[in-house]
Design a protein around this ligand. Structure first.
Ligand code: ADP
Length: 198
């Protein structure tokens, strides 16, 4: 069976505030482009649900709407990259979320002769973010989606610690902003247009 050479794998970072639609769009992109998808939020929730040592060490941060420690999240991604070498590429959803994570990520990818090809940010106004998350919280079962105070804290953390990561990729000429308001298919179309140019 033919596999793409590892350096031909495409690496997409999906970026944006909590509730911007990264997860929804990531699933559609996976189908269309035959990519692997990793959401650090999903991995963390899995660890917490299975009550692993790693999960327990991150639980309180997530409950407060704060970020998990960089070192833990970076290790999760390093393991992921090591063990996912056979596809057209990867979608990273929710990572990197701080500048130290972005710097570590470049090193991790470089070890495998890879790099980030594009960062796509979904931009959505703050009030719409809060409303979307509260709606999702009704059936997601996520405690961090049910409490408006925690949601607002996640958005605050996004502005304070995460938004700057866009500058990191902008400086490398890899950052593209996408209007995240519209139907799921409209937004998907906007993302595909950018990916098809790569
Ligand atoms: P959302 O984008 O709606 O906040 P996620 O599932 O991406 O949802 O993340 C849920 C929580 O997991 C975050 O609020 C944060 O506490 C933690 N988390 C996810 N990714 C990271 C990361 N890269 N670094 C630190 N913490 C993270």
């Amino acid at each position: 069976m033919y596999h793409k050479k590892i350096e031909e794998m495409i690496n997409i970072v999906l970026f944006g505030a909590p509730g911007c639609g990264k997860g929804t769009q990531a699933h559609k992109l996976v189908e269309k482009y035959n990519l692997n998808h990793v959401s650090t939020g999903d991995v963390i929730r899995g660890e917490i649900n299975r009550q692993t040592e790693l999960g327990l060490s991150m639980k309180d941060y997530i409950a407060r709407g704060e970020l998990a420690p960089d070192s833990l999240v970076i290790d999760i991604i390093a393991d992921y990259v090591q063990s996912h070498r056979e596809s057209n590429g990867n979608i990273f959803d929710g990572f990197p979320r701080t500048t130290p994570q972005a710097e570590a990520f470049d090193k991790i990818l470089d070890k495998s002769a890879m790099s980030v090809d594009i960062m796509l940010e979904l931009v959505v106004p703050e009030e719409e973010l809060v409303q979307r998350i509260l709606l999702r919280g009704k059936d997601s079962g996520r405690a961090d989606d049910a409490d408006e105070g925690v949601i607002r804290n996640r958005i605050k953390v996004y502005h304070e610690q995460t938004a700057v990561v866009a500058d990191y990729y902008r400086a490398q000429g890899k950052y593209v902003k996408i209007d995240g308001v519209g139907t799921i298919d409209e937004i998907f179309g906007r993302l595909c247009e950018q990916i098809d140019r790569l």
